[in-house]
Design a protein around this ligand. Sequence first.
Ligand code: NAD
Length: 490
Amino acid sequence: MNLKPQQYINGEWVDAISGNTRDIINPYNQEVIAKAPEGDEADTKAAIAAAREAFDQGDWADTPATERGAIVRKIAELIERDREELAELESLDTGKTVEESRGDMDDIAGVFRYYAEIADKNGGEIIDAPVPNAISKVVHEPVGVCAQITPWNYPLLQASWKLAPALATGNTLVMKPSEITPLTTVKVFQLMEEAGVPAGVANLVLGAGHTVGAELSSSLDVDLISFTGGIVTGKKIMQAASVNVKKLALELGGKNPNIIFADADFDIAVDQALNGVFFHAGQICSAGTRLIVEESIHDKFVDALVARVKKFKLGSGFEEDTQMGPLISAEHLAKVEAYVEAGIKEGATLAVGGSRPEDPELQKGFFYLPTIFTDCTTDMNVVQDEAFGPVITVEKFQTEEEAVKLSNDSIYGLAGGVWTNDIAKAERCVKKMRMGTVWINEFNLYFPHAPWGGYKQSGIGRELGKLGIEEYTETKHIFHNLKPAPLNWF
Ligand code: NAD
């Protein structure tokens, strides 16, 4: 690996002020792939000060949006140029297959391209003035200094959803990637420097949540915080952010229902139900881990899933025939194991999986077998809690109303799916499903121009699409009286 992970503060590549480092581990074999600086509050304060200075000085916000868009487009081009290196770094760091990472890189370049294209299309409007001889206009301005905190499952993809709209709209920023997967974010900051993002505009601090993340959340000099991660962390950030009433964008967890009606195309529904969960070993916020299957096809459907799951090839993300890599860390593997054990104790039936694989080749990695629970009911924790791993729970339903009711019985509301060939039934269901994204005869498809975010405790705000740009702008109303006159009231 050629990359030397460093922090990027005020246009300089630096180690942690404390000199501390953290080992970055390959989840496939536990080898140390890099030593990253372990920044803390002091590094974070320096990065915030640089971003504050760059914003207050004003050049970036005053740069014409077309020029900012050109820099964002250049970042996309550089990502495309270095696609293979980035994809390999992402797979080394996360364990996902290189083929998946290549797809991520294409999506990421697409996100930068999308925001490059719409950077100069966020104009305001003239609204009707309530008096003659006046102009009333509404303009959109950057929010200011943005803190951006990302998780480990899609390190660079999640970063791109935040970096591209923030830069396109003239904000300055401090990003903190997950401390366990910082590599591709470091690389993209190098590309951002090459693309011409001015010093101080985009800053990168590496380190833990309780130090760097907490400092970002509670700083009086940060105007907006955009966070993607778990619900518990999101709530802590919300509390800390109240100190100066920061603008908040929260993309939190999900426990996503996937409803399968008996009239669906059976083979396609089986195939996509598997894909909707086991991609990246289930470590996807929108994974369709909660299958809700019509009783008349339930047994046949479960048998088909189990037969396919037994043939999955687990292994190194660098081998072409690998379908599923390891989980991210020993700590996360322990969480998934505890979740499955709790499910067994609650009375769910293990249809397949439920343990680590026995294959000697996989013993050094954080592998867990793809797992399916049947006989599940909504009152079980395995049905309600996000496992964030390769585990499906299956519930049965008899009527359309029951299926929709089950799908909404959750604190989460990120995403969901419906499989049926009855168009009217599909439309009736999705209208009632309380989630930010609902797919009909599809699962887990997202793209840059469609908004992404959660209902209920899955979050606040939206990323991607035009709404993603609105998160990073303040709206100002300017009223200009062209013929002022005394009011003669006092
Ligand atoms: P996490 O909440 O543990 O960590 C996310 C980030 O927050 C990391 O960078 C971490 O260092 C930081 N952090 C931790 N404590 C903090 C604190 N006190 N203050 C500020 N920052 C802090 O989440 P994770 O385990 O990295 O990621 C998995 C979670 O992310 C899952 O719940 C998943 O559903 C969610 N996620 C959601 C989306 C979405 O679009 N809604 C996308 C990806 C992941």
